[in-house]
Design a protein around this ligand. Structure first.
Ligand code: SF4
Ligand code: SF4
Length: 120
């Protein structure tokens, strides 16, 4: 499963310049306390579960005008895993990404391997 997931995360990069970083523009970012320091702008609020989040109304504060990430080498885990997140046999797939359906074949493979795949 990890191999397929890793393939999707890497391969989808070839579409990113075409969608102008939609994933960095809408939705929300949820990070751990230790990841707060990755961000140059302090816009996160603490949640009741101890994590921190920011709702993207005008895009991620680290998204540059050229649609690249200002903190790319230090970006948080959620950005590294996007658009597919694994929690044991549960695979959450972001519906925000306009190119995720390019990977329907791989998502079907994951189901055959016993994963529960959910679009979020
Ligand atoms: S939404 Fe999908 S295609 Fe667009 S930048 Fe994010 S991962 Fe790439
Ligand atoms: S930290 Fe970087 S990769 Fe993550 S949402 Fe912001 S701009 Fe995008």
């Amino acid at each position: 499963m990890d191999k397929l997931i890793s393939f999707i995360r890497t391969d989808i990069g070839r579409f990113c310049s075409q969608c102008h970083s939609k994933c960095c523009s809408v939705g929300k970012i949820i990070i751990s306390k230790k990841e707060l320091d990755c961000f140059t702008k302090k816009v996160f609020i603490e949640r009741s579960d101890g994590l921190f989040e920011v709702v993207l109304k005008t895009g991620c504060p680290e998204l540059k005008s050229d649609c690249l990430c200002n903190i790319y080498p230090n970006r948080p885990e959620i950005c590294r895993e996007y658009p597919i997140f694994r929690h044991a046999n549960l695979i959450l797939v972001s519906s925000i990404c306009p190119y995720i359906h390019e990977y329907d074949e791989q998502l079907e493979e994951l189901k055959k391997l016993g994963a529960r795949v959910e679009l979020i």
